[in-house]
Design a protein around this ligand. Structure first.
Ligand code: GAP
Length: 578
């Protein structure tokens, strides 16, 4: 069957969230107490889906790095794992720069008590009013006329309205979905895509009148100097916003019973630093040879000012990080290698080409230490809430020797590496060795964002089927691998199905759930499996009792074929590897 695509922009995030709740993928944390903002729990299917993605990363990064392919310098990719503590010595976070610099600018609305990330305030600058006769034109006619216009400069740096979104594309799609965010706004239509300055044009309809507006980031320095001239989001009221203030995103805690300021510690905001602090231990104990990587996955915590978009920006989340150490002269080659391979990996778990992009950072976006490096790129996915724009799944950065140098400085412990295979050659032709601080390439991925991308990608509305929607996971990722059903709960069908179920659990149960259900109509049971993303349902029917065959229903095509009962394990083994 030709694959039917559902563009990201037309998938409803509300529908995806409702399905996640209904089918036990993701629940709000502490829901029976009213929930807690920025925290999400995974239900049975979500926990297994997350495990499948985590296992895929572990297998493809740690156990068989990069599927066995060789690195840019010809040698195999070497990788070892660590599992470090969430709470580390507080000096770790001074050395890493997080105590001083891990801040978001925050703005409060004194009246409503709402709190916003200042860099997530998108200004709506009204540029001109569309003449009345044009405003009456049909949408398409007017849009094509406006799209050819050269944009005039907005004369004012003060926006007329503000909306909350991390970038212009998302501001536009949220305005289109919910115009009430701007008082009296009836309709918002995007005119053009986001340009280099991060802004885009939109057509805003207020009753009979229409205006062209520029939607994009506001001048934060100006907001700091004259907050009273900026309207608050939602209410539009001026004079109620505070100037932006730096807000450190690390969660603080106290270690020990006295709980004084001397006992302050932090929940890690990234797993990466536990790799750098163990670099010397790994080198001293594991006979690792440069170049090599250390991988770690685990929880990270950030007290995000505005957690939003389901699990996309949470306060507790999981990361999958690699710090790949190499000689400085090889950093550029390894950077390109990791960037390209990580992109291919996301495709291999089921994210499609057109929803996945690799975005190389412009120089002014780079961290100061990365400016001398080979570059930084983001692997981004087109989530329904970012469409037509993209949101970050993973960053790949050449971090130079910044982290090892800082930890060396702050701890007083030497972290350089003696490379016996480099350096000038002695009289016998043997290299004399070279001592250096390795450079680092860091592919840093978010597990929860990965799971969310898999769910958004798999979500496929289909009004023609009973469930109205199905989840088209790659079989390798699907949390339920197969279902075994007796057509009806009588004669010998349940017994035959139960035997097949037990056999499949024994063979495939380590990779995911194998469902058994004898109740309800077969249509309802298939519909439930469609919503859960189960790729195959095996049904034992009357004919099975005569000739020991079963039907296999394919989730994507809904086609059924009949195969021998004894052929089921081989059939499933073949399909699950895909
Ligand atoms: N060590 C580098 C580092 O932590 P980052 O870009 O801040 O870099 C890496 O984070 C990845 O972690 C992101 O690409 C994203 O997938 C995930 N991530 C970051 N903040 C997150 C949050 N608040 N909620 C969910 N995932 C997050």
């Amino acid at each position: 069957m030709a694959e039917r695509e559902t563009p990201a922009a037309t998938k409803s995030m509300d529908d995806i969230m409702a399905l996640c709740k209904r089918r036990g993928f993701i629940y709000q944390a502490s829901e029976i107490y009213g929930g807690i903002n920025g925290f999400w729990d995974y239900g049975p299917l979500g926990a297994q889906l997350k495990k499948n993605l985590r296992d895929a990363w572990w297998n493809d990064v740690v156990m068989v790095p990069c599927g066995g392919r060789r690195g840019p310098t010809g040698e195999p990719v070497r990788m070892v794992p660590v599992d470090s503590c969430i709470i580390q010595h507080p000096r770790v976070w001074e050395a890493s720069g997080h105590v001083e610099g891990f801040n978001d600018p925050m703005v409060d609305d004194r009246e409503t008590k709402a709190r916003y990330r200042a860099d997530h305030l998108m200004g709506v600058f009204v540029v001109w009013e569309v003449p009345k006769h044009d405003a009456q034109k049909t949408g398409a006619e007017l849009m094509s006329a406006l799209a050819t216009l050269v944009e005039p400069q907005s004369s004012s740096p003060y926006p007329e309205f503000m909306v909350v979104a991390p970038h212009a594309a998302e501001a536009l799609s949220s305005l289109a979905a919910d115009p009430k965010q701007i008082p009296r706004l009836k309709r918002a239509q995007p005119i053009n895509a986001v340009r280099g300055d991060g802004a885009a044009l939109a057509l805003l309809h207020f009753g009979e009148r229409a205006f062209v507006a520029r939607v994009g980031p506001v001048d934060l320095a100006l907001l700091g100097r004259e907050p009273e001239r900026f309207p608050a989001p939602v209410t539009g009221k001026k004079g109620v916003l505070t100037p932006p203030r730096a807000f450190n995103l690390m969660f603080k805690t106290y270690v020990g019973a006295t709980a004084t300021e001397d006992d302050v510690a932090y929940l890690r905001p990234e797993t990466a630093q536990g790799i750098f602090t163990n670099f010397k231990n790994v080198v001293d104990t594991m006979r690792v040879k440069m170049p090599f990587g250390i991988a770690q996955m685990g929880k990270a915590f950030r007290n995000e000012v505005t957690p939003r978009n389901f699990t996309f920006r949470s306060r507790e989340f999981e990361q999958m990080e690699i710090e790949f150490f190499c000689h400085p002269s090889e950093a550029r080659a390894w950077y390109g290698f990791w960037r390209d391979w990580r992109m291919q990996w996301w495709e291999s778990v089921g994210l499609k080409g057109e929803n996945l992009v690799l975005r190389e950072h412009a120089t002014d976006e780079l961290a100061h230490y990365a400016r001398e490096g080979a570059g930084t790129s983001d692997i981004e996915y087109r989530f329904p809430f970012t469409a037509p724009g993209y949101g970050e799944l993973e960053g790949v950065a050449h971090r130079t020797d910044f982290d090892l140098r800082r930890h060396q400085e702050y701890s007083g412990v030497k972290l350089d590496y003696f490379d016996a295979e480099r350096g000038e050659r002695g009289p016998s032709g043997q290299p004399r060795g070279e001592r250096y601080l390795p450079h680092v390439i860091e592919p840093s991925a978010g597990l929860d964002r990965g799971v969310l991308a898999l769910l958004c990608e798999a979500f496929t509305p289909d009004p023609a089927r009973a469930s109205g929607v199905f989840l088209r996971f790659r079989p390798r990722m699907a949390p339920i691998k197969a279902a075994v059903y007796p057509l009806v709960n009588r004669e010998a069908m349940p017994e035959v199905a139960a035997r097949l179920h037990a056999d499949l659990v024994g063979r495939f149960g380590r990779d995911g759930f194998i469902e058994f259900d004898a109740k309800q109509t077969i249509g309802k049971r298939y519909a439930r499996m469609d919503e859960a993303g189960c790729p195959f349902c095996f049904t034992v029917d009357g004919q099975s009792l005569q000739d020991m065959t079963v039907t296999v229903r394919d989730r994507d095509t809904q086609q059924q074929e009949r195969i021998g009962l004894d052929a089921v394990p081989a059939f499933l083994a073949d399909r699950l590897a895909r």
